[in-house]
Design a protein around this ligand. Sequence first.
Ligand code: SF4
Length: 277
Amino acid sequence: MTPHGPSLPHPGTGEPFLSPVPPGAGWPADLATQRTPRASTADEVQSLAASSRTLDQLDARVQVCRACPRLVTWREQVATTKRASFAEQPYWGRPVPGWGDPHPHSLIVGLAPAANGANRTGRIFTGDRSGDWLFAALHRAGYANQPTSVHAADGLALTGVRITAPVHCAPPDNAPTTLEKATCAPWLDRELTILEPGLRSILALGGIGWQQVLGAARRLGWQVPRPAPKFGHGAAAVLTMPSGRSIQLLGCYHVSQQNTFTGRLTEQMLDDVLGRL
Ligand code: SF4
């Protein structure tokens, strides 16, 4: 989609942007440019992910990916129609890559960007209630320099932790299809490969994140226990690399409003799991 409509000021920098935001326009933490190679098919995701040499190169390529037609349409449609309360803001409207410490000891794996959260702000878990919960907890645990996360220029920084998602585009009803999860999987495989030498744990937020991490581990030749470990809050499994080094996979209920509003996930439960990273 060609961005259209008026340029609106970024809530942090005040710079004007169209929605969706074109690559290389100066959005905070936009690593892509007009020249960044774009994947338009699953095969192109595979080859561009596999040839990414650095985390920044990988993230830039993710930021311009167009391989899932339904998700591209949805993310851009939301970016132009917008929620009424954000009508005066530009929407990112592109894939949201992983974000945080570039040399983390722990990787947090969620599900997918929220339509009016990360799909608006361009930074994972930023701009919605789920992110409020997660970043407040990361701050209590000493991994975040501030407890709030409102936009991509708010000064938030993570130490020791990076957050990513197995699906990088906002899906309708927060429900990616099996094909969309498979198409996006090579980005996660490559991210894990790049990060693996420094990782000691992976925290899966929700059952889909857990399953996607196990799938990535098998594709990468890591040893996964049999029978396959089941997801649950506080569940743990040991994954072993071909080198013999092991990392811990931890499960945590997702920080969705459905879980936090109902008390299925409490602050204490989240703090307890983060304490095991
Ligand atoms: S979900 Fe993943 S593979 Fe599909 S368009 Fe978005 S970034 Fe590309």
